[in-house]
Design a protein around this ligand. Structure first.
Ligand code: MN
Length: 513
């Protein structure tokens, strides 16, 4: 069991009715138990599935849905209609349910027992019919849900449930995420700003300003012994690479970076925060040469890299939306092999047949996506209030397919955008000592990058090799926000039409509910 998922469960509720007699319900109950045991035993679904019995009446449905809504461990509900379950009996329960819903269209038996099938068998095994009735009421009531179709023992069907379960855990986690902004958004930047009240109402994330002066109070109190201990940890984890800064400056800067990391960790722990942002213009006292100076002597990029690796969401330049998404991305991808990171579209590489985009940041790329052991380096960084030698982890990233995601504020709603990308091998960049990734947007650089711009996407994104658009789509539906996905099937004209259609849909959506 994945540690971060241990305290969560999804509930499995089977729809039935008493029309066919109590014996039928006993059989339905037995089948359901066996199926839930099977779902748990396969090891594909990373969250425990808990069978909650059959729901045979409107009162029973309402009671179990209210219980799910109020249960802190329950992150979502799976429903399945073994027999015909008249859907008016689901109305009050669906009104009460405030947790993500997955409708599993499956059946206990795989093949029809051709020689033995009779009317009793048909009446008992009626999900073909009952699931359609249930689906109708969900659609009629505009209930957001994922519909998974497939035999319950099928790995493909279980993988789709697993995707939803991971998104449901991230949605529950988002409800408890507090993001601290150390400094404000970078001046004048539109896309990283937005409505934090709407953001909390829809997605659950709570974003607060935290005074940099208070962070500096923590920084001042970090002891030499604690700093030395952390530097020793760096030596074990990373390749020490001393270049033009020289040994003395190198260790001084690494020590100060370690001190900053300790201060940030302590503030985040004391404040119960799971995400944070920084601003390169707001790092303590302005003048580093003034007597009594208190401040970070460099952008705390090394700390951001290392905290991201542990699941603390990060957004640079005050980008609180991406910081929160990075936290959720980390939660969704627990136990998956290839990693995730905050990234930024930096530089285009126009090349015959393989035009790509260099992803990087000044410093803050998460080592989870590294293809090799990170090197701890110190180099001059001439951006922001400090123009200083600055510590950072340097690496290149794995190659292969991945997906980036963002959320933007369109004024009348939040829009999630995902884009599938293919990460490719870069050429050596000896004069660019920062972590990076090089990718080609799908379906092509021209169509993919164009669609991202038309959708109003950010230059920052939350990227993963493991978490595909399907996860984000499930997550966005749980939050009831728009989600547009750019992938191998995207064409410019169909994507433009999608954006136009969504303008109307989201205008009418509230009126329909
Ligand atoms: Mn940036």
């Amino acid at each position: 069991m994945i540690k971060e998922y241990e305290n969560f469960e999804v509930w499995f509720i089977t729809g039935a009715q008493l029309l066919y007699g109590g014996d039928a319900v006993v059989q339905v109950d037995g089948h359901s138990k066996e199926m839930v045991e099977g779902l748990n035993a396969s090891g594909i679904i990373p969250v425990k599935v808990v069978y909650k019995g059959t729901a045979n009446s409107s009162d029973q449905v309402e009671a179990v849905m209210k219980a799910a809504t109020n249960d802190a461990k329950c992150v979502g509900v799976i429903t399945w209609m073994h027999t015909f379950s008249p859907a008016k009996m689901w109305i009050k329960g669906l009104q009460a349910l405030k947790k993500p819903l997955l409708h599993f269209h499956t059946q206990y038996n795989a093949e029809i027992p051709w020689n033995d099938i009779d009317m009793d068998f048909m009446n008992l095994n009626q999900s073909a019919h009952g699931d359609i009735e249930f689906g109708h009421i969900c659609t009629r009531m505009r209930v957001q849900r994922k519909v998974v179709v497939g035999y319950w023992k099928s790995g493909e069907a279980q993988k789709k449930i697993a995707v939803w379960a991971r998104a449901a855990v991230a949605a529950a986690d988002a409800h408890d995420v507090r993001c601290l902004m150390f400094g404000m958004n970078m001046n004048n930047v539109a896309v990283t700003d937005g409505d934090r009240v709407e953001f909390e109402q829809r997605l659950g994330y709570h974003v607060d300003y935290y005074p940099v002066s208070s962070l500096m109070d923590y920084f001042k109190k970090v002891s030499d012994a604690d700093t030395d201990a952390l530097v020793e940890e760096y030596k074990k984890l990373y390749t020490i690479k001393i270049d033009e800064s020289g040994e003395k400056v190198y260790w001084e800067k690494v020590r100060n970076a370690a001190k900053a990391e300790i201060a940030l960790r302590r503030v985040l722990a004391d404040e119960g925060a799971k995400a944070f942002t920084t601003n390169f213009d707001d790092l303590g006292d302005a003048d580093i040469d003034a007597p009594g100076f208190v401040g970070f002597d460099q952008i705390p990029g090394l700390a951001s890299q290392r905290l991201m690796q542990e699941g603390i969401g990060f957004g640079a330049e005050g980008d609180w939306k991406t910081a929160c998404l990075c936290r959720s991305l980390w939660v969704m991808s627990r136990g998956l092999p290839n990693g995730n990171s905050f990234l930024e579209d930096y530089t285009l590489n126009f090349a015959e047949g393989k035009t790509s985009i260099l992803q990087s940041h000044m410093l803050e790329v998460c080592p989870l996506i590294a293809s090799d052991k990170p090197k701890l380096e110190v180099h001059f960084l001439g951006i922001g209030i400090r123009k200083q030698q600055t510590a950072r982890l340097v690496f290149t990233s794995k190659t292969g397919c991945g997906t980036k995601a963002t959320v933007v504020d369109l004024g009348n709603r939040l829009r999630m955008i995902t884009q599938d990308v293919e990460c490719i091998e870069p050429k050596p960049m000896p004069k660019l000592p920062v972590a990076s990734n090089l990718w080609v947007p799908q379906p092509s650089f021209e169509v993919g990058a164009g669609a991202w711009i038309l959708a109003g996407g950010t230059h920052h994104s939350a990227f993963s090799y493991d978490i595909t658009a399907e996860y984000w789509e499930d997550f966005a539906e749980m939050m009831d926000i728009e989600c547009v996905c750019i992938n191998k099937d995207t064409t410019t004209s169909s994507f433009k039409q999608l954006l136009r259609n969504n303008e109307v849909y989201y205008m009418l959506n509230k009126a329909l509910k």
